[in-house]
Design a protein. Structure first.
Length: 144
C-alpha cells in the first residue's frame, strides 16, 4: 500500500462544491435560476455581463467554478444593485464609462448609486447577504 488516495469524480465534485460554498459563490443552480427569472438566454446573459458565452455556460452547468468577481456581478444583478437597463447600456455604448453613466442618467432610470442607497437587498440568505450595507455609505449621496 502506497498511502495514496484515489478520489472518484463524485468525490471531486463534492470537494469543489464545498470549496465554492465556503467561498460564498453562487451555485450553478442559483446562476441558472437567476437567468431564468430575468428570462434571458445564456447568450444574452453572457453579453449582459460581458463574458464569453462558453464561459457562462460552464459556470451555469458547474463544469467551471466562477470567479469571485463574476460572483459579485451576478449577486449584484440578483439583489437589485446592478439594474439590467444600466448593464445593457454599458454593453451597447462601448467603453467610455463617463458617457455611459450620463446616458443612463438621461434615460430616466434611477442612477445605480441611488439604488445602492435604497434598501433593495432581498431578505433571503445568500452568499452576498450582509455585504450591501458597506455600500450604503453617506459618500454615495454625492452621486444622488
Amino acid at each position: 500500500m502506497t498511502g495514496e488516495w484515489i478520489l472518484t469524480s463524485e468525490a471531486m465534485d463534492q470537494i469543489e462544491q464545498t470549496q465554492a460554498r465556503y467561498m460564498g459563490l453562487m451555485t450553478p443552480e442559483e446562476i441558472k435560476e437567476l437567468r431564468s427569472r430575468i428570462q434571458f438566454t445564456q447568450r444574452e446573459m453572457s453579453e449582459l455581463i460581458q463574458a464569453g458565452e462558453k464561459s457562462y455556460t460552464r459556470w451555469e452547468t458547474g463544469r467551471v467554478r466562477l470567479s469571485r468577481l463574476v460572483n459579485i456581478i451576478l449577486c449584484g444583478i440578483r439583489d437589485g444593485f446592478l439594474p439590467l437597463p444600466y448593464l445593457q447600456t454599458l454593453y451597447k455604448e462601448g467603453s467610455d464609462w463617463y458617457k455611459k453613466v450620463v446616458a443612463y442618467e438621461n434615460s430616466g432610470e434611477s442612477v445605480a448609486c441611488k439604488m445602492l442607497i435604497a434598501p433593495a437587498v432581498s431578505q433571503s440568505p445568500s452568499p452576498c447577504a450582509g455585504t450591501g450595507g458597506a455600500w450604503r455609505d453617506s459618500r454615495l449621496e454625492l452621486f444622488a
